[in-house]
Design a protein around this ligand. Structure first.
Ligand SMILES: O=C(NC1CCCCC1)N[C@H]1[C@H](O)[C@@H](N2CCCCC2)[C@@H]2OC[C@H]1O2
Length: 330
């Protein structure tokens, strides 16, 4: 089997992407954030206090003839940006792009943090990290990908995220029409549960490529690209008026700046992020100061190849043994 679904940016700066999914019988449609940086599938639900729901679609297990309470099981998750949620667990039929998993663990939120309440076009998350990261207790649950794996034509899912446009997630096949040339693969270290791999180096603008191994995680649920301070300072040194602002918590610069491109390596292949992707957003709607899409990872303890980087490539997450990740030019 295979599946294919849209990845729709939720606002004008691609802060996150949501994908239509259906839960239950008859199908309830929700827009979820497919997140390779976590492994919980959770949804706004009929159990979420109405004070915490602001426009989101909700899953009501009582309205589904195929829902089953996973008795005695709870979950609680905290994300790197400080957001979080917690609740109880049902199993139910779950489909993405025509690919169905019966009895998928669907984690129903009984509490969500304010940043989720404020994002009214995001109804929850589909964790696509390794199932070892799942927070359901007393027994952890499998991700949609792990449940779908036995029925997939190929043990892969792919991400084709786009700048200010709708892209796609595919399951079970690699769509030759979505990239040119070949996919370059590199090994994934699946502990502790992220899609952890290395970049082979980087270049700032037309500068020389610096060959250096940079280990990090490819995370579709993180908006920006977070790299070591030395690389980030070398980048913004090329930008007139750029500064690392304590106040704004990162590198800002005049919105009128001409930014260099940023190139990263995967083994011998090279992928160039256009300057426009790094001119991320105005710090406020009327400001002429802009916040960068490339920021320092110091303090995070890990480098994060988020959407700013991933949308510059066609990315293959391969669940083969051993797992690997592939990047193609698009
Ligand atoms: O916390 C991270 N990443 C960290 C960012 C800072 C540096 C460390 C990693 N990702 C989350 C993201 O922010 C959330 N957010 C919800 C509201 C719309 C925008 C997305 C969404 O929920 C979980 C995941 O995706």
């Amino acid at each position: 089997d295979t599946g294919s679904a849209a990845a729709v940016p939720i606002n004008e700066v691609d802060i996150a992407y949501v994908t239509p999914v259906t839960v239950g019988t008859p199908p309830q449609t929700l827009m979820l954030d497919l997140d390779t940086g976590s492994s919980d599938l959770w949804v706004f639900s009929s159990l979420t206090p109405s004070s915490q729901v602001r426009g989101q679609e909700i899953y009501s297990p009582a309205k589904s003839s195929t829902s089953k309470l996973l008795s005695g099981h709870t979950w609680s998750i905290r994300y790197g940006d400080g957001s979080g949620s917690r609740g109880t667990v049902y199993t139910d039929n779950f489909t993405i792009g025509g690919l169905e998993v019966e009895s998928q663990a669907v984690q129903t939120a009984q509490e969500v943090s304010s940043s989720f309440t404020q994002e009214q076009s995001l109804d929850g998350l589909v964790g696509l990290g390794f199932s070892t990261l799942n927070t359901v207790r007393p027994s952890s649950q499998l991700t949609f990908f792990d449940n779908a794996r036995p029925k997939l034509d190929e043990e892969v899912f792919t991400a084709d995220l786009k700048y200010h446009a709708t892209g796609s997630y595919d399951f079970g096949f690699i769509d030759r029409a979505k990239y040119t040339g070949n996919i370059t693969y590199t090994p994934v270290q699946q502990s502790p549960g992220y899609w952890t791999h290395s970049l082979s180096g980087y270049a700032v603008g037309s500068g020389a490529f610096q060959s250096t191994q940079i280990q990090g995680i490819s995370d579709t649920g993180t908006t920006l690209l977070y790299l070591p301070t030395a690389i980030v300072t070398a980048y913004y040194r090329q930008v007139q008026g750029a500064q690392n602002s304590q106040y704004y918590g990162g590198y800002v610069f005049p919105c009128s700046s001409t930014l260099p491109t940023f190139t990263f390596g995967i083994e011998g292949a090279r992928f160039t992020i256009p300057a426009s992707y790094i001119n991320y957003t105005r710090i406020s709607p009327t400001s002429s100061t802009c916040y960068g899409g490339l920021q320092s990872s110091s303090g995070l303890g890990i480098n994060i190849f988020g959407d700013v980087a991933l949308k510059a490539a066609f990315v293959v997450f391969s669940g083969t043994n051993p797992p690997r990740i592939g990047f193609g030019t698009k």
